[in-house]
Design a binder for this molecule. Sequence first.
Ligand code: GLA
Length: 374
Amino acid sequence: MRVNTFLVSLIAILTISSCGILTKENPEQEIIDELQNKFYFGTALNEYQLNGTDTIAVKVVKRYFNSVVAENVMKSEVIHPLENRYDFTESDKFIDFAQANNMYTVGHCLIWHSQCAPWFFVDSIGNQVTKDELINRIKEHVYTIVSRYKGKVNCWDVCNEIVDENGNYRNSKFYEILGTEYISLAFTVASEADPEAELLLNDYDMANPKKRAKYIEIVNMLRDKGIKISGIGMQSHTRITTDLTEWENSIIAFRLQGLDVHITELDLTVLPIPTELNSADVSMREEYKEEYNPYKNFLPDSIQKIFDAKYFKIFDIAAKNGVKRVTLWGVNDGWSWRNDWPIDGRTDYPLLFDRVYRPKPILYQIAKSYKNLK
Ligand code: GLA
């Protein structure tokens, strides 16, 4: 966080306590209920929130959200750092928090080429694993994690980012060694480990018609084999300049296939990104230049208006098309990964709570609009 921590805490405490206890008589609660009646309204929790250090964020999460996902602690490099060693310390805290607060809980993510523990693809002497060995490792990894949280995780991101920008299978180690078999395998094992859990394919740039078509192909491939798939997670790392037409077309296309659609990682950057690609590839890096960090101290009204209109539209499309969940990728602007991707050290405003945890007025406008949208 880039602002003085003491000041942030003070303002946040004043903000939170001035809201009072939310009850049915409290109009703010009615507005939040309105939003949560439309879909699960979720946020991603980071380590500081799970450890209880960021106490204000925890209050905000309990008050405003009814769904959570772990931003990092269930990724394979954290939860399964060595072949014979799982580390559930942080993921257990996440699940305990979710259970204690009766949240719709999302497990993120089982199979992903990035933030993947390096041991996954090599044997003890450093050679690439055989096909059979990788199959065993995937089975063991997926089964162990899903069965540990059986009945507690409502929905899993089973495979993350398995298609590239051209609509081809991503050339990850999983694909290189196993072809599409790893996808079928991960879904099969996940549904054996917890038959009740919903199972998703999750990716960025889902407005891209090539990716949309490829995902429908993958869904059909799984269905033809009798393998359960519940829906599609559209990450939706969005820019204020993004046209939402194709994004809506993807939601409609997936819904027509009888799939649930989850907006899984929503954020809306106001900052310039020096590439045309609608990527959210975490490995993409660019050099810092002042011109790429134009709103260091505040967001001008003109940009705020564009931001508000875009957020309103995103939620409007989600509500009208029966989206099951909308999850924001983080609680407040100060903690968002967008401040440091693809360029370190910028000041972005991508979420619906500001740096001192105040809900942005547009959040209420969105929720209020649902009163007329039954
Ligand atoms: C992708 C992943 C997320 C997260 C974001 C960046 O979207 O799915 O887990 O790493 O990148 O924070």
